[in-house]
Design a protein. Structure first.
Length: 136
């Protein structure tokens, strides 16, 4: 199956995907994050020809409300290699992730689109604006 969770042996591929999608990010920072994150968090990948071409880290979060708490998941560093975009691979990856998270008691997922044009894309996948980023 093309969907699975990454292990340390995929770190190079994950760095390649990240660098392709987020070229403004520092290579050393990417390496440090991936090295540390793979020890603690899951990174879902979609593989083609035996190599990851799309990825998303799933970081647990909790939203505390007066009525109780919600188990959430922050979808982070969601990316697909340029040459594999437009094929629906990330949508399939995210669908698998959401299904597994729901089966494991996660109430909802959230993410922060990297650019304004991605709001429409994620909207087609069922995401809606909810949180707002406020900067001083």
């Amino acid at each position: 199956m093309p969907f699975e969770y990454a292990g340390f042996e995929m770190a190079y591929d994950l760095m390649r995907i990240w660098s392709d999608a987020f070229p403004q990010d520092n290579a050393d920072d990417i390496r440090k994050f991936i090295t540390l994150a793979l020890k603690t968090y899951n990174c879902a990948v979609w593989k083609e020809d035996g190599h990851p071409v799309s990825m998303a880290f799933t970081l647990p979060a909790v939203l505390e409300l007066k009525s109780g708490s919600l188990n959430l998941c922050y979808i982070y560093a969601a990316a697909t290699l340029t040459e594999y975009r437009g094929q629906g691979l990330f949508a399939r990856l995210l669908g698998n992730v959401q299904e597994q998270l729901a089966n494991n008691g996660v109430d909802a997922c959230f993410l922060r689109p990297a650019s304004p044009r991605l709001f429409d894309y994620y909207g087609r996948l069922g995401y809606k604006p909810f949180f707002h980023f406020i900067s001083d």
